[in-house]
Design a protein around this ligand. Sequence first.
Ligand code: NAD
Length: 376
Amino acid sequence: MRYFVTGTAGFIGFHLARLLLSRGASVVGYDGLTPYYDVSLKERRHAILSENPRFRPVIGLLEDAGRLRQAAGDAAPDVVIHLAAQAGVRYSLENPRAYIDSNLIGSFNLLEVVRELDVRHLIVASTSSVYGANAKIPFTETDGTDEPMTLYAASKKAVEAMAHAYSHLHDVPTTVVRFFTVYGPWGRPDMALFKFVSAALKGEAIDVYGEGRMERDFTYVDDLVEAMVRLADVVPVKGQPVVFDRGRDSLSPIAPFRIVNIGGGAPVGLLPFIDTIGRHLGVQLVRRMLPMQPGDVPRTFASPDLLAALTGYVPQTRVDTGVRAFIDWFREYQSGSEPVARSANASLRRPAARSLRKPKAPVSRPVGAVADIDAA
Ligand SMILES: NC(=O)c1ccc[n+]([C@@H]2O[C@H](COP(=O)([O-])OP(=O)(O)OC[C@H]3O[C@@H](n4cnc5c(N)ncnc54)[C@H](O)[C@@H]3O)[C@@H](O)[C@H]2O)c1
C-alpha cells in the first residue's frame, strides 16, 4: 500500500509513518517544517523515518498548491492521511492567521489535490476541541459541534465541513478522526506533559490552569496510530452504516463520509496527571494555581463505541504507563543520546519552504509559560 501523509515531521505523523513503514507500506511524507516549535525536533523525526528506504520526505507548505499537487501526484497513493495543521488551542488566541493559512487554505489545497487522484480512502485529522462547550458526556460523534470556543476549534470544524462537501461532490471516501489530548515520546514541546517534565527537571514551577479542576481523555500515541491504521482499512460506503448496540454510526446520509473519535473514554484529572509525573520523576512539582484561560474546556471525554464497532480496538494504555514512557524518552532526548540517524536526505538540509513563511512564533517558547493541556 502507498500512503501520502501530511505532517510526518510532526508528533503524530512521525509515529503514524513509523507504524505504516513497519507494516511494509510505502510513505511519502509532506511537511513544511513550520517554526511553531523547535524545528530540529521535526528534523530529527524525519531523519529517523528516512532510515527506511520506503519513506520519502517532501518539504513544502500546504499553501504551496503546485508543490503539494506534484508531491501527491508523484506518490500515486492508495490512501491519503492529512495531519499537517497549525495545532495548539492557546496559540490560536495569539496568532489566529496561522490557523486560517494552514488549516483552511492548506486543507482546501489538499482536498483539491485529492479529488483529482483516485484514492481508496482519505483520512483527515480533527480534534476533540470541536465539541467546545458540549456538556453531554461522553462526547459522541453525532453530538452537535456548533459552539467552538477557539479559532483552532472553528478552523477544524470548517475542515470537517469542507471534507464532507468534497466527499459528497467528488465521491471521495473520507474519515475524519477526532483526537483527544495525544501524548507520548517525541511529543510536542507546547503541550503540558513536555512543559511540566521540562520545568520539573529544572526545579521550576508549573502553571496549573482552572485550579487543576480540568479533565482530559489522554490518548497514548501508540494507541492512536494503531487505531488510525485499522481505520484506514474501514472505508466508508454511502448507505452502509455500521450497526452496533451502544450508539449510532456517524455515516453521512449523502456521502461516503464518517467522523470517528479516537479516545479511550477514560478522562483523567489534571491534578492526578501531575501527581503521576511527579511520582515517575521522584520530585514534587511546584504548582502555581491559576484560573481557567479563555478557550479552555473543563473536560474532554470520548465515546469510543464507534471506533470499537468499526475496528474492534479501543485505546488502552494507562496514563501511568504512558507518562513513564514519555519521561524515559525525554531524558534520553535531553541528554542527546537517543539514536538518531543522520542520513543524507533532503529533509536535513535547510528547506526552501522555510523561507516562504515568516516565523509565526519564537522557535523556543518559555517553559513554565502556558502549557497546552487542551486537545491540540
Ligand atoms: N497532539 C494532539 O493532542 C492533537 C489533538 C487533537 C488534534 N490533533 C491534530 O493532529 C494533527 C497532528 O498534530 P501533532 O500533534 O502531530 O502536531 P505537530 O505540530 O507536531 O505536527 C503538525 C505538522 O504539520 C506541519 N505543518 C503545519 N502547518 C503546515 C503547513 N501549512 N504546511 C505544511 N506543513 C505544515 C508542521 O511542520 C508539523 O510537523 C493536527 O492536525 C492536529 O490539529 C492533535
